[in-house]
Design a binder for this molecule. Sequence first.
Ligand code: CP
Length: 330
Amino acid sequence: MKHFTTVNDISNPYSLVQKALEIKKNPGKQPGIGKNKTLGLIFLNPSLRTRLSTQKAAMNLGMQVMVMNIDKEGWALELEDGAIMNGSSVEHIKDAAAIMGLYCDIIGIRCFPGLVDKKMDYSEKIMVQWMHHCQVPVISLESATLHPLQSLADLITIEEHKTKPRPRVVLSWAPHVKAIPQAVPNSFSEWMCKADVEFIIAHPKGYELCEDYTSKASITHHQEEALRDADFIYLKNWSSYTDYGKVLPVTENWIMTTEKWQLSNNAHIMHCLPVRRNVEVPDSILDHKRSLIYQQAGNRVYAAQAVLSNMLEEINRKSQAASPIMEMEP
Ligand code: CP
């Protein structure tokens, strides 16, 4: 695994799930693997879970961690090649990435979309430039389009709680007061399309996700039809992809209710958090014993640790291959 920015960076999601579940039994089992290795975490946007769970995972592996809130503490970054930098940007992304690559063995980066220019956001300009210039493995801490550490934690949580080999998993759009990125639903869909589940996406008209991530999903505009017999219900808002970044008017009531929930197979409720309580999801559902929201957040540690562990094993293997033990002369 050179980088971890999409499910396509790994050969088999279930190998990583099994590794994470093994780590969860004894998170401190591999303390030496990250000795003298540095993880740099770069945030262009706020975070609670991703920042702390990835730091904890790295500490469990014996790594040093440096965190930089580059949006608040760093120089304003220039993204355009060949730019004449006589405006507000102070440092080119290629310089910042190259230099952080000298200080770190692995870099994690969070870079949300602007939700204005679809082409720019879906080109993943910041993530791609960072990977190109930093020369070390990069982990997405949520990019413009995807959030793979969250999706891995979600798949781990489903594996732990499923009661049948192929559960019915429903991603159901939920209301919100502002425009929210598509990264979590894109990513969840990308992972569920590779998982052994029956996967359904329910959303109002106008909220179709990018087809690159939903190829194997069943898609409906009828929420109650989707919820029928569901084993897991993932509630999440996202802004429009087609009318890019917009909050479109929705006349039907898409908020989850106890009555709608009763259509399901006593489904577990999921959400990546943070959640706007009583706007996106009611308290009574988030705080119900069938809710897995804290289990998902807890599993973020083991998801990050499994990814970091794989990267460190690869780094250590390469460094041993580069300096073989010399044969002793008699
Ligand atoms: N779910 C998630 O990524 O949470 P944070 O934005 O707090 O990191």
